[in-house]
Design a protein around this ligand. Structure first.
Ligand SMILES: Cc1cc2nc3c(=O)[nH]c(=O)nc-3n(C[C@H](O)[C@H](O)[C@H](O)COP(=O)(O)OP(=O)(O)OC[C@H]3O[C@@H](n4cnc5c(N)ncnc54)[C@H](O)[C@@H]3O)c2cc1C
Length: 482
């Protein structure tokens, strides 16, 4: 794109309407602001790119409402954008150069902390790590946790119904969001910032916006549920003979440790191998390789002896042949084993492009699903490397694929559609979901539609039409534009 391209000229009338609302510094214009604009045209990883008509940076809910109203009046689509860490292209405009990106980066206010109610009310652009920090400063915790927490925003977390590593104990954003403030596609503001844990007064509008990926409105603020702090933590890294051992171990851990189980993650031998190869400073806690590994974390407050409890869990697991080997870690050693789990994404980049599949099936079906998918994948592309890992406590695996050793990226990507279709066919065979926590965006929209019944699709389209009859709020994401 160059400034000389006539298609790049911003819509003068729209610019004239938006500038008085957000001020000159609150609008980025193609041509004049290309250096700053580029980062809003792509996602954080650079996997998706589009061409914004303009980027607007409102500072208040009132400004968001005025911007959305002006865009609606001009018949211009709005693409809400938070930290841009979404993995499905949901926050990126299309290539038309006619969509306005509305960034929440200046909506960073913490409006209220209610310690007695254990809630915090924050604006949509607040970064997840800052919510965690504010909670800590009040002796509480906000338990949503994920690799992108230093950049992703509350608005994005709500809009994608984000999950992460502590869903097993605390639930994802659906469970952690008590109320919302949303600017609707026509510019009206729905003020639903109620910090209530019980409210049966009709349809649940808060939940309607959870996971709606910016297609029903712009989330401007949220009331989030906080939890008691759990400073006492113990982490185990375990070697497993197979994935069935992981699901059996999960049962033992839950039976013995109850609600103190915060995380139960698994990773395949292939996942660990690429982490050790690509992430500096990592090392294998065991002397020999094993087919699967698990990471179990218990947490509690006060004086609870979580390390002792974890030792007890592991002893029982050894007696039932559920683990082959185990180490219990705390402090820096616990951080070192978490680095093995959290380094997988980065390590996969070191092996070239990866085909990412964020899938879920019933926990009990995980071993059979993986066996089924891997046989089918090996038939499609012998030697394809399956980098499987994830939140086994939620039945959620990232069943990602990396090219066979010695292959070029191009040769591998030529098989991408068939490989992904193979994973999704296995998901369907086990009654699972092709998007457990990352959403649909544009990347998985059509594959998800192919697995939904006509009744379910009709209901989803009816909801979209009811809230956004003009189809201007993040069109083409989640559902194909009508
Ligand atoms: C290294 C890494 C690790 C990750 N780990 C996890 C994980 O463990 N679990 C998990 O669930 N996800 C994970 N993700 C994905 C991502 O971080 C989450 O989906 C996150 O919630 C996106 O937040 P964001 O602010 O970056 O949203 P964006 O990427 O900016 O937007 C995502 C979607 O939300 C919409 N949106 C954003 N803000 C608003 C708003 N204010 N109002 C309405 N719609 C809005 C956008 O239009 C888009 O459709 C990971 C990503 C990375 C890069």
């Amino acid at each position: 794109m160059t400034a000389a391209d006539p298609d790049d000229r911003p819509d003068a009338a729209l610019l004239a309407a938006l500038t008085p609302i957000v001020g000159g510094r609150g609008v980025l214009v193609p041509g004049a602001d290309d250096d700053r604009l580029a980062s809003y045209a792509t996602d954080w990883r650079g996997a998706y790119a589009g061409r914004p008509a303009l980027v607007v940076l409102p500072r208040t809910t009132a400004e968001v409402a005025e911007v959305v109203r002006a865009c609606a009046a001009a018949g211009v689509a709005v693409v809400p954008q938070g930290g841009g860490t979404g993995l499905c292209g949901g926050a990126v405009p299309d290539a038309s150069g006619r969509q306005v990106v509305l960034s929440t980066e200046r909506l960073r206010g913490v409006r209220e902390v209610d310690v007695a109610n254990q809630t915090v009310t924050v604006e949509a652009g607040v970064v997840l790590a800052d919510v965690q920090r504010v909670a800590r400063e009040h002796g509480l915790q906000f338990p949503l946790s994920m690799g992108s927490e230093g950049r992703c925003t509350v608005g994005g977390n709500v809009a994608t119904n984000a999950g992460g590593t502590a869903v097993l104990r605390y639930g994802g954003m659906r469970a952690l969001t008590l109320g919302l403030e949303v600017v609707l596609p026509d510019g009206r503001v729905w003020e639903g910032l109620r910090g209530l844990r019980k409210d049966n007064t009709g349809y649940d509008l808060t939940q309607l916006f959870l996971g709606s990926e910016g297609t029903l409105g712009v989330v401007t603020a949220a009331v989030l549920a906080l939890h008691p702090a759990t400073p006492r933590r113990a982490t185990a890294w375990v070697a497993l003979a197979d994935l069935a051992a992981a699901t059996a171990l999960l049962g033992t851990v839950r039976a013995v440790a109850g609600e103190r189980v915060t995380s139960f993650e698994v990773m395949s031998a292939q996942s660990l191998a690429i982490v050790l190869a690509h992430v500096p400073g990592t090392r294998d806690p065991f002397a020999t390789a094993h087919p699967w590994y698990g990471l179990v974390e218990l947490a509690d407050g006060g004086d609870a002896d979580v390390e002792g409890l974890l030792e007890q869990v592991l002893q029982e697991a050894v007696e039932h042949d559920q683990v082959v080997d185990a180490v219990v870690a705390s402090g820096p050693r616990a951080a070192a084993v978490w680095a093995l789990r959290e380094g997988i994404s980065e390590a996969q980049n070191g092996e070239g492009p990866s085909l990412k599949h964020d899938v879920s099936v019933a926990i009990s079906a995980l071993p059979a699903f993986v066996a089924h998918a891997d046989v089918a994948l090996a038939e499609v592309l012998p030697g394809v490397r399956v980098v499987s890992y994830g939140h086994v406590g939620d039945g959620n695996l990232h069943h990602n694929l990396t090219k066979p050793v010695g292959w070029t990226d191009e040769a591998f990507l030529a098989h991408a559609d068939r490989l992904t279709a193979t994973v999704y066919a296995s998901v369907a065979a086990f009654g699972g979901s092709i998007s457990a926590e990352h959403g649909l965006g544009t990347a998985k929209r059509d594959a998800a539609a192919a697995q939904k019944s006509p009744v379910e699709l009709d209901l989803q389209r009816a909801l979209k039409r009811a809230v956004d009859p003009a189809g201007l709020m993040n069109p083409g994401k989640v559902l194909a534009a009508e």
